[in-house]
Every structure is written in C-alpha cells, then in structure tokens.
Design a binder for this molecule. Structure first.
Ligand code: MG
Length: 385
C-alpha cells in the first residue's frame, strides 16, 4: 500500500491521478489533497478518498470548507503552510506535485526534506531551482519520478541502459495549435484559438505554454536537471501526432522511444508504480490506423519562447527562474485578455534582457529571482494593457 499526498488535486493531472487511485484501491491510499479555488470538486474528492488533511488557497476558503464538512471532515489548512503540511505529513510515502507554476517549488522541497518520493508534474520547480532540487533529492536519498509525458518517455527509454552511452535526448513537441500558422496569423490570435490544443487536454496555463512553445522550452530545462545532461545534448523535434512521446539516442546510433496515445494517465501511473506497470483502462495505440508519424525541426523565429528558454539555460544561475516568472505573469495577463499573444514572448524577452543573472546557491536566490521577474513582468503588462 503506497500512501499518497496529491498537491493540485482538482487540476487535470490531479483528477487523472485520483482516477488511477480509484481503480487500484488495494495499492494506493490518499493521505492529503491540496486544491486552489475549486471547492466543489475538492469536496467531492474528500467524500470519495477520505484524506486526513486538505489544503486550499486562502483562509476564507478553508473556513468555508470547515463549515461545510463539519466535525468528521479532514483537518483543513490554507496557503503555503497548508501545502507544506500536505507535502510532508508523516504517513505519506509519495507526493504527486501537480500544482501550477513556481508555487510548486516550496512544497516539493518540503516533501524532499521530509524524505518523501516525488512524482513531479510541476516542471516549473526544476526550471526555477533545478540544481538545488536535484541536490536535495541526492542528499535525502529519495526518488523523483517524472510525470511530464516527454520526461517519462525519456525515463523509460533510459531504463536498462548506461547513462554514459547517451548521445542526446530528443524531446518531441506537438507544435501546438499554431504549428502551421504564419507570423502574420500569430498577430491576430485570440484566447480561444490559443486554448484549442489539437492533441492534449490540459490546464489553461500549460495549454497557452504549448501554443507559444514555452512549454517545450521549460521541458528542455527540466530535462537538463532531471537527466543531468547539458543543453547541447537535448534536441527538440516537432511531431504533430503526439504518439512518440520522446526519445533517447545512444552513441551507437540506436534510438529508444516510448510511444502511446496522448493520455497523461500512462506517465502518471508509471511514476506511481515504478518499476511495475499498472493495468489501465485506455484505448490501445493502433499504429496501423495512423496515417503517418512525422518529425520536423522547430521554427525558433516563429516561436521565440523556445529560443528564450535555451538562452536562459545557457546563461544559467537565476536566468531560468526569471524566464519562468515572467512567463507566468505574461500568460496570466493573456488569459485575462490584457495583452496580445505575441506580447507573451516580448515581455519574457524584455525581462530576461534586464536581468543581471546571479548564482543559484540557495533556494532563497531562486525565490528572489522569481519575485523580481514577476515584478518586472507586471510592470510591462501594465504598460501594454
Ligand atoms: Mg509535456
């Protein structure tokens, strides 16, 4: 029996995680759940999974939830303290971190420090403070399993092979809804256009990141730390069908890939059950029914966010934290229809330009850079809106 904490339980990854748990009640038990503002869904999850503690975003929501649940409900916390409590409870074996954005960093670090294994669905944690997080994982002797589909594919393609034999990692990218759009089309993109992802059904933030291809940029940085390989050994291929989830090329030219239908339950289940495989009730991959599988180089001029991420990774230190912070603010402003689609890349570019990178010696360095990046980006959003 593995005892789980699920941070971000009402989002897309959280819901899929709980569906897997519900299908395998003999193997998993939920100890804690944390959610943002979706109280109706959280209440449903509490009734179904009976966690010992839950956390929500703000004290007002926590008070409301305590009222609604009465005396026999779980303990209810809020804010960062609540996330930390849900990440580090003594009965938890593994924490699924599926909160959105750099907000995942503090609870993920708390879970690692408390000796919990991590199923990481929050890529911003490694983007913001990758070397510090991986050092803590090594120091505490815990396991960190990727949930991101590309990194799960690479993790699976590395199994049984020697790390020193890797020539490069090849991350695949669908290219998002604007893969074939012209530069002129991109100037007229609406919020609804950007939210219509062709293959994956995901939360709003990551869907916009997919449309700008910042998502792939964040994933390159995530891969750099997760697999301890320099950026020069990480490539990106556009693969519109989202069937090959990523690949590892070895020094003898052999390429290992993991394929499957685009459904996050497969990588979530592998992180939960490694090294075993859980039977899942998903339609099989029917390769014969597919017309073709195609691959292409990404267009860095059309998708400058991908180039900016490579640039921030090459700069190092606090630059990736600033890239991520500026992007979170810009995407949020786009979701509120305060800025245009192309303003996202422009804002990230300008904030990175103004940043004087510093060394990343302590988690506070990452948090400070994150705060600075947000302030700068908010200032630019105000100028544009
Ligand atoms: Mg991904």
């Amino acid at each position: 029996m593995k005892r789980l904490g699920v941070l971000g339980s009402t989002g897309s990854i959280g819901v899929s995680t709980l569906e897997i748990v519900a299908a395998h009640p003999d193997q998993y038990r939920i100890v804690s759940l944390s959610a943002g503002n979706n109280l109706p869904r959280l209440k449903e999850q509490i009734r179904r999974f009976r966690p010992q503690l839950v956390s929500v975003l703000c004290p007002e929501a926590a008070a409301q939830l305590r009222d609604d649940l009465g005396d026999d409900g779980p303990r209810v916390y809020s804010g960062v303290e609540g996330l930390i409590a849900c990440a580090s409870h003594e009965q938890i074996d593994m924490v699924v971190t599926a909160v959105v954005g750099a907000a995942g960093l503090i609870p993920t670090m708390a879970a690692i420090e408390a000796g919990k294994d991590i199923a990481l669905a929050n890529k911003e944690t490694l983007v913001t403070a990758g070397p510090l997080v991986m050092a803590a994982v090594a120091r505490k002797g815990v396991r960190l399993y990727p949930v991101d589909s590309e990194h799960s594919a690479i993790f699976q393609s590395l199994e049984g092979h020697q790390r020193g034999d890797v020539r490069r990692l090849i991350l695949t990218a669908s290219g998002g809804p604007f893969r074939d759009s012209s530069a002129a089309d991109l100037e007229r993109v609406t919020l609804a256009d950007a939210l219509a992802h062709p293959n994956w059904n995901m939360g709003r933030k990551i869907t916009i990141d997919s449309a700008t291809m910042m998502n792939k940029g964040l994933e390159v940085i995530e891969a750099r730390w997760l697999f301890d390989l320099p950026a020069e050994q990480i490539a990106v291929h556009i693969h519109p069908q989202s069937i090959v989830h990523s690949m590892v090329e070895y020094v003898d030219g052999a390429v290992m890939a993991q394929l499957g239908i685009p459904d996050m339950k497969t990588p979530i289940a592998y992180a939960l059950s490694y090294p075993d495989r859980l039977p899942l009730d998903l339609p099989p991959l029917d390769l014969c029914a597919l017309q073709d599988l195609s691959f292409a180089e990404p267009d860095l001029d059309k998708f400058p966010c991908l180039a900016l991420a490579f640039h921030a990774l090459a700069t190092g230190g606090t630059a990736p934290a600033v890239l991520n912070a500026a992007n979170e603010v810009a995407v949020d402003a786009f979701l509120q229809e305060k800025i245009a689609f192309l303003d996202i890349a422009a804002i990230v570019n300008e904030v990175l330009d103004r940043h004087v990178p510093a060394a990343l010696d302590h988690i506070d360095d990452a948090l400070r850079a994150d705060l600075w990046g947000r302030q700068e980006a908010r200032r630019m959003v105000a100028q544009k809106s």
